[in-house]
Design a protein around this ligand. Sequence first.
Ligand SMILES: Nc1ncnc2c1ncn2[C@@H]1O[C@H](COP(=O)(O)OP(=O)(O)O)[C@@H](O)[C@H]1O
Ligand SMILES: [Mg+2]
Length: 250
Amino acid sequence: MRTNTTLVINPKGGSGKSTVATNLASYFAVNGTPTALMDYDPQGSCMNWLRLRPAHAAKIHAANAAPQKSGLRSIGMHVPQTTQQLIIDAPAGVSGLLLQELLSRTHCIIIPVAPSSIDIHATANFIRDLLLTGKIRANNIRLGVVANRVRKSTPVYQPLERFLASLNLPLLARLADSDVFLNAAEAGVGIFELDFAVSAPERQQFMPVVEWVDRLPVVPATRPVPAMALASRPGLRVIGNGTSSHPGLR
Ligand SMILES: Nc1ncnc2c1ncn2[C@@H]1O[C@H](COP(=O)(O)OP(=O)(O)O)[C@@H](O)[C@H]1O
Ligand SMILES: [Mg+2]
């Protein structure tokens, strides 16, 4: 079985990358899936979270990919071959060669967005740039967005929704601005490891993210679609809303 690699990325800090990455890893680990969490961020939020993890908690392999003081990449970025779900936490503002490196090993990209118009604008530009690299399409990478820290009646997301719809990209979930995420982070656990009674709404909000990442790739049609037919369908999947074919993903 191949490793399914999910990259959590956004050009802005504080958008919820580490929150989404740690909760995804925790969900898979709790469910008995061999899971690794790779931290590319020099701030090391995911590595800190793993250090806080209680001894009895489900095992998550720590892979530290942040540059070290020596300028070299850590030897700790190794991931066991048995890993089924690899979650990568990207640093803010990643671009250039590092972005290429990340895209070359990724099957799914999750982009969490905080509810500020500046963040939403930066995210839309980032998605545009990502698509322009051609890697998303060439590597058949699935891409989804998560609205994070949503408060009741947050119309600020409407332009983002329109932008995503125009590119046929899914808004996977809306995560509430909730102390439950903070409390879990401080205890080195995910929301799925907290008492159900205190975390039910957050679990429900997060589940579509898990299901999207865990979705088996749709087997591509055996008969190739004529090029003319593709060219005449402008709305055809660029990266897909989760229904994209993803041959050989795992
Ligand atoms: N949905 C949320 N509700 C409450 N706090 C959140 C939520 N998402 C993130 N946070 C908190 O906001 C801060 C920034 O989130 P983080 O995931 O570290 O962002 P990033 O990794 O993109 O910099 C952290 O303290 C985190 O616990
Ligand atoms: Mg972070």
